[in-house]
Design a protein around this ligand. Structure first.
Ligand code: SF4
Ligand code: SF4
Length: 119
């Protein structure tokens, strides 16, 4: 949540995203299928092809009424580094080319990838 944020925006304070192995092995695919089977656990790949698991849950330091950081001066370094130029409010939430909110969506991606490779 940088100081130049859009008014009352707190999109980036409402989830945790962790880098994960790409879906290139049977075990990583199975682990990703398991993760995305959980409510409010999503998968996506960024423009550089890095994969992430995203947990949709707000930061406890977010003032949910005012949509403001409650520890702004002491916020975490990851919060300080998050740039408005490339954030989800600017680019659009969930607009990554590969973004999966359910097992059904992820399985459809795996199936189309299989078909592409076979064809
Ligand atoms: S999503 Fe962007 S505009 Fe919104 S709070 Fe985060 S950095 Fe600011
Ligand atoms: S510490 Fe503040 S800026 Fe960082 S995620 Fe929490 S509410 Fe947002």
């Amino acid at each position: 949540m940088p100081s130049e944020c859009l008014p009352a925006c707190s999109l980036c304070c409402r989830y945790v995203a962790i880098p994960i192995d790409p879906p290139t092995t049977r075990s990583s695919i199975e682990q990703m299928r398991w993760m995305v089977s959980h409510k409010d656990v999503w998968l996506y790949a960024d423009d550089e092809g890095e994969w992430f698991v995203q947990f949709i849950t707000p930061c406890e330091e977010l003032d949910l009424v005012r949509n403001r950081c409650g520890i702004y001066e002491d916020r975490f370094s990851v919060c300080r580094l998050h740039g408005v130029a490339s954030c989800e409010a600017t680019l659009g939430e969930g607009t990554e080319a590969r973004f999966f909110r359910s097992l059904r969506e992820f399985d459809a991606y795996l199936e189309s990838r299989r078909a592409r490779r076979a064809g």
